[in-house]
Design a protein around this ligand. Sequence first.
Ligand SMILES: Cc1ncc(COP(=O)(O)O)c(C=O)c1O
Length: 482
Amino acid sequence: MDVHESVLQLIGGTPLVRLRTPAGGSAAVYAKVEFASAGGSSKDRIGLRMIEKAERDGLLSPGGTVVEATSGNTGIAVAMVAARKGYRAVVVVSDRISREKLAMLRAFGAEVVVCPGGLPREHPDHPVNAAARIAEETPGAWLAAQYDNPANPEAHYLTTGPEIWRQTGGRVTHLVSCVGTGGTISGAGRYLKEVSGGTVEVVGADPASSVYSGGDGRPYFIEAAGHFRHPETVDDPWPSSYHQDVVDRVLPVTDRDALLSIRRLAREEGLLAGGSSGTALAAALRVGAAAGPGAVVVVVLPDSGRHYLSKYFDDAWMLRMGFLDGDEDGTRLADTVTTDESAPPLPYLPARTTVADALAALRAGRDGDAPAVLPTGPCPVGPGRRPTAPELTGSVTLEGLEAAVRDGGTTLTAAVGERPGPPLPHFGYGEPASAVLAELDGCGQDTAVVLRDGQAMALITSSRLRAALAGLPSPPRAPATR
Ligand SMILES: Cc1ncc(COP(=O)(O)O)c(C=O)c1O
């Protein structure tokens, strides 16, 4: 019989699929389809290896509990392996992960703890700290700690790397992979360098604002890849699973390039891959185009697009976040305000702004009939720094702040971030102006933020939209920009 004893034998051993893409130049570009693994991602390999290593080391025994902080896939892998081996699994995630991953974790029987996203690394509710606390307080618990567990890169050194070498008959010239914990690129990259005598070039692919490729760490929209750094994070060591000595270079890839790459991959190659696959793919095509004939580029696609049907493959989500142009025949938000790079900086009050400064900004912005309302949040402002959608966490109005000062609810020297009002609604630059106006009217809001590529580019008011739709000259811009 051609059978398997358990699902654990269906981990790894994933295929390499040639991509037809002309954008990759004359190089051969092959996708390592990690979502063909039983749990649906490259993380199955490390879930199994970390757990079996802990068993061998006596850290995990029957009746034990596996605890892990994860952007989803490691949790799914750990939950799947734990289910087969009879362990309890507690998985700590941030509320930024897709709802499909959450559902999958629960389907495998994991207990899921959801922490607020975008916290500084030192915050007790940061998933990594919360997971460590749960592991400490739970008898018989073992913390997998993928960011610093040597079994993570080791799993890829022992399986992913050798598979790629064997599958390409030793002809691989480039490995392109995202870097999250760094396990994949470090393990597979090290193996390929060793076995090839150092000829394989190892290239990291990174969301453009991630710190690995030199970004400032602001939020981005690709789950599980790169490294986000909250502006209040003090100490931010990189994972020890990431061995930088193995990596020749790291290419930054914008979220737009990544997302449009996976949408094309699904439609042109029939491969439904996740967001970080898009980051890796966009980088791999650049590598392929520069490498020329004879090059064999292998790009790791860590997980499936099925995890992101409600985001990257949902046109409404893509449009709202400002990743799609929308219908250019109608009046779009982009036709009513400037939303490209030439747009003046959005008026935005970093949470530490004093109430006195916020009042001055709000008064300066009082213009026409517009209510003076400004978004607030953790984003520091500076040259080229625009807040991203997750950084639009609150708002303040002139009336509200004046009343709070009058009633003693705040003081002129307090920080506005201490008691912000609700965040302003946001819309994508490609959305139809009439639909946005109807939505604003429906929720009794007057002012909203316009996003392009997930970043706040402008404020829009309903009076401005009404004027644009009526073909009238726009009322004065409101609130004025600083
Ligand atoms: C979808 C996805 N892409 C990329 C990565 C990054 O891989 P690694 O942690 O091995 O660097 C992960 C890891 O969680 C992932 O889940």
